[in-house]
Write a protein that binds this ligand. Structure first.
Ligand code: SF4
Ligand code: SF4
Ligand code: SF4
Length: 264
């Protein structure tokens, strides 16, 4: 296996897989693992707290840094207090927005019906809270005993699988424009590239393909083109939000035009 991919995989294995984006990487743990491998500071995982910052420093043979602080108090294992989300079900209007926002598919419900959270699966990432139009989701302390090391690894592996399955489904939804899209577009190119080169323990992420159709070479190429265009557009929009640049603006208009022509 490519040594850079192996390094990313080893870093990712230490991250909690909460996929909360609090490290500054909106698409979750894998993009942060990649950034760490490329030199970013390894103390930004908020749910991981000091134990994860220490483990990463040890893996990478870098100086130990103080972990980013959490708003929650520290538990006995040195990590921030784990939280769980709860829906006040009698107030839920069944809009389904929280379902699409949950990176690990821990919410059950359907249109105009009450929604519930599978407490065992909820990581307390808080991503379902902002999209809720009636503000009926609360966070409560997780009262379960702290996880052993082996239980934590098993949980992280399960969360990673669930997140990757979630990405696949959300990308299909985006492609076919069905239902509300709550999570911002995900850099599927990175996930596809990573999982294609990693070993069998990592779920394979495929770039979105046309539903119920044989995948022709042309379809696959278009899909890859779309993913690349979206990534470039996202990067340019981010850069332009910080500093205006005429050339970049022109390039952005061009890329947006190409995206429209490809039918996205
Ligand atoms: S769990 Fe840590 S590494 Fe993963 S997205 Fe959240 S802050 Fe980033
Ligand atoms: S239910 Fe909400 S807090 Fe829990 S994992 Fe899903 S999005 Fe995160
Ligand atoms: S976002 Fe809020 S109102 Fe909408 S389904 Fe979820 S809990 Fe119910």
């Amino acid at each position: 296996m490519n040594s850079q991919i192996a390094l990313i995989q080893n870093i990712d294995a230490l991250l909690p897989q909460t996929q909360c984006g609090l490290c500054g990487h909106r698409d979750g743990c894998l993009p942060y693992a990649k950034a760490i491998a490329e030199g970013e500071a390894a103390n930004k995982c908020v749910p991981g707290g000091q134990p994860v910052a220490d483990a990463l420093a040890n893996l990478l043979q870098r100086p130990v840094l103080t972990a980013e602080a959490s708003v929650w108090p520290v538990q006995a294992d040195g990590r921030p207090q784990r939280m769980k989300a709860l829906i006040r079900e009698d107030e839920c209007i069944g809009c389904t927005k929280c379902i699409n926002a949950c990176p690990v598919d821990a919410i059950l419900g359907s249109g105009k019906l009450m929604h519930s959270i599978l407490t065992d699966l909820c990581t307390g990432c808080e991503l379902c809270i902002p999209p809720c139009p009636v503000d009926c989701i609360d966070l409560v302390e997780d009262t379960q005993p702290l996880l052993s090391d082996s239980a934590r690894v098993a949980e992280q592996n399960d969360l990673r699988q669930r997140y990757y399955a979630h990405i696949q489904r959300e990308e299909q939804r985006r492609l076919h424009r069905k239902g509300p899209v709550v999570r911002a577009e995900i850099d599927t190119e990175l996930f596809a590239q990573f999982s294609a080169q990693a070993d069998a323990a990592v779920p394979v992420i495929e770039l979105p393909v046309q539903k119920n159709e044989q995948i022709s070479t042309a379809d696959a190429q278009t899909t890859i083109e779309l993913a690349k265009l979206r990534t470039q557009i996202k990067k340019l929009e981010k850069q332009l939000s910080v500093r205006d640049d005429e050339k970049k603006r022109l390039l952005l208009t061009n890329l947006q035009q190409q995206l429209r022509e490809l039918g996205a």
